[in-house]
Design a protein around this ligand. Sequence first.
Ligand SMILES: NC(=O)c1ccc[n+]([C@@H]2O[C@H](COP(=O)([O-])OP(=O)(O)OC[C@H]3O[C@@H](n4cnc5c(N)ncnc54)[C@H](O)[C@@H]3O)[C@@H](O)[C@H]2O)c1
Length: 239
Amino acid sequence: MGRLDGKVAIITGGARGQGASEGALFASEGATVYLTDVLVDDGAKVAADIGATFLPHDVTDPAQWSQVVERVLADTGRVDVLVNNAGILHWAPMTETSLDVWNRIIAVNQTGVFLGMQAVSSTMKAQRSGSIVNISSIGGMRGASPCFAYGATKWAVRGMTKGAAQELGPFNVRVNSVHPGIIDTPMMADQPLDAMTDRVPLRRYASADEVAKLVLWLAGDESGYATGAEFTLDGGQTA
Ligand SMILES: NC(=O)c1ccc[n+]([C@@H]2O[C@H](COP(=O)([O-])OP(=O)(O)OC[C@H]3O[C@@H](n4cnc5c(N)ncnc54)[C@H](O)[C@@H]3O)[C@@H](O)[C@H]2O)c1
């Protein structure tokens, strides 16, 4: 018996990295998985490999959110889990962040999460069940210099999670945030991960699979009394 048997999950940014790992784990635990991403070829390949469905999707576009949810409802009649995982990283301190960059990071990392929660809320409320997992960062727990705009959005995700949890809790819809530390994914491909672990009490970075295991727990019924909470997975970096 799978830990997500009978559940329907949408995972944004599912073409690679953490989203792809979450999709594979969810599918292996019995979920019907929809991966979405702007990377169409990669997303379609990952979905085919793990027995999921891929939907092309830019999380900044409300019309595309409607299309994704309509398609999932047409196929399955429900949405049990939304993982707002899609994100982009930009390295620039506050004094060197252009307005264009700022707006782009906000659009993907912050507005994308808002639109996603909004898009599934009426369905989850009507079901009287649902779990939304918003992927923030340890950049949402403290200053994120020199990734100023990124950090701003990850704090926003943390705050939006708590507001949405208060709003949706009476409908048995849970909303939690996950705050990864250094995770070995394509987003960090240019970074000296080994050198960065000097600041990590556990002296290592993590794999995407380790994040997926936490997200699995939050997605399923085992975490049924957790909402509005923040879950840090950072080897102690923010301790
Ligand atoms: N890797 C880390 O160290 C780390 C640490 C903390 C938080 N995070 C967060 O984890 C999440 C997953 O990141 P990852 O490490 O797997 O990175 P990644 O770059 O490997 O994956 C991110 C995915 O999001 C997709 N994406 C980007 N813009 C999109 C858009 N507009 N619409 C739809 N999809 C879009 C990308 O195409 C990509 O497939 C992100 O929110 C990231 O900010 C990552």
